[in-house]
Design a protein around this ligand. Structure first.
Ligand SMILES: C[S@@+](CC[C@H](N)C(=O)[O-])C[C@H]1O[C@@H](n2cnc3c(N)ncnc32)[C@H](O)[C@@H]1O
Length: 222
C-alpha cells in the first residue's frame, strides 16, 4: 500500500492526525530530502527512509513500489497539500512506483496559509501554479483574465524564471493596474518565515524558491 500524504506547509504540528499516525507506524517513508526534514519529528524510528532529489526520483520511487508490493506500508510525503501543484509528483507514483491508486491524504497547503494571512476567500479567488514543467503561457493568460474579472489570485511562482518580480512586470504589461496590492510569503510556518506587502509596480525584490504570492482585488490609491 502506498499513501500519498500532504505534510503541510512546514510546521510539523500542522499535519492531520491521520497522517501523524501513519508516519508513526509506516515501514517506509519517502519523499524529497527537503520535505522529509520538515516532517521527521513524526517518523517511525524503525522506518526505512527513501529520500530523493530531482535527479533520482524515478529510481527511488521504483524502489518504493517494490517495497509496497512486498507488503510494506509506504508513505510518500508531499509538500503542503497533494492537490495543489502536486500532480506531477503523483504521476511519478503512478509511473515509477507502478501504483495507480495511492491513498491520498490531503494536507494544509501553503495556499491556505497565504489565504489566512491575507483574508482571501477561496470562492473569490483563483489558484495557479507556474511551478511545473513545460509551457506556462496559457496559465499566464488565465491569470490576467481572472484578475480583470475581479478575482484575487494565489500564485506559486516558477523558480527562477517567473518569480514575483517577473510576474508583476508581466501583469502591468498586460493591463493590470500597477497599484494592485500584492503579498509574497516566504517559508510560511517555518522558523525563518518572512512576508512582503506592496504593489505590482513596487515589487522588484528577489525571493526564495519557497515563496507564494497573493494578488489582491484591492488597489493602493494613496
Ligand atoms: C511543487 S509546489 C507544491 C505546493 C504544495 N503542494 C502546497 O500545497 O503548498 C512547491 C512550491 O510551493 C510553494 N510553497 C510550498 N510550501 C510553502 C511555504 N511553506 N511557504 C511558501 N511557499 C511554499 C513554493 O513556491 C514551493 O516552491
Amino acid at each position: 500500500m502506498i499513501y500519498a500524504v500532504g505534510i503541510g506547509p512546514g510546521d510539523p504540528d500542522m499535519m492531520p492526525h491521520k497522517t501523524v499516525l501513519l508516519l508513526n507506524k509506516a515501514d517506509v517513508i519517502s519523499g524529497f530530502d527537503t520535505v522529509l526534514k520538515l516532517a521527521e519529528k513524526h517518523f517511525n524510528p524503525k522506518a526505512t527512509i527513501v529520500s530523493m532529489g530531482y535527479k533520482d526520483q524515478s529510481e527511488k520511487l521504483e524502489k518504493v513500489g517494490e517495497l509496497s508490493r512486498d507488503g510494506k506500508t509506504c508513505v510518500v510525503c508531499f509538500m503542503g497539500d497533494v492537490n495543489f501543484s502536486g500532480y506531477e509528483y503523483l504521476e511519478r507514483i503512478h509511473s515509477s512506483s507502478q501504483e495507480p491508486n495511492p491513498v491520498i491524504i490531503p494536507g494544509i497547503s501553503s495556499a491556505q496559509m497565504a489565504a489566512s494571512k491575507t483574508l482571501t476567500a477561496f470562492e473569490t479567488s483563483v489558484f495557479l501554479t507556474f511551478h511545473k514543467r513545460g509551457d506556462i503561457s496559457k496559465d499566464k493568460e488565465f491569470l490576467v483574465t481572472a484578475l480583470k474579472q475581479g478575482k484575487a489570485a494565489i500564485v506559486i511562482p516558477l523558480p527562477w524564471d517567473f518569480m514575483p518580480a517577473e510576474i508583476c512586470k508581466y501583469l502591468i504589461e498586460n493591463g493590470i493596474s500597477g497599484n494592485t496590492k500584492i503579498h509574497v510569503f516566504e517559508h510560511l510556518t517555518w522558523p525563518e518565515e518572512t512576508s512582503y506587502s506592496g504593489t505590482l509596480a513596487e515589487c522588484d525584490q528577489k525571493f526564495s524558491d519557497v515563496s507564494i504570492m497573493v494578488i489582491s482585488t484591492e488597489s493602493d490609491n494613496n
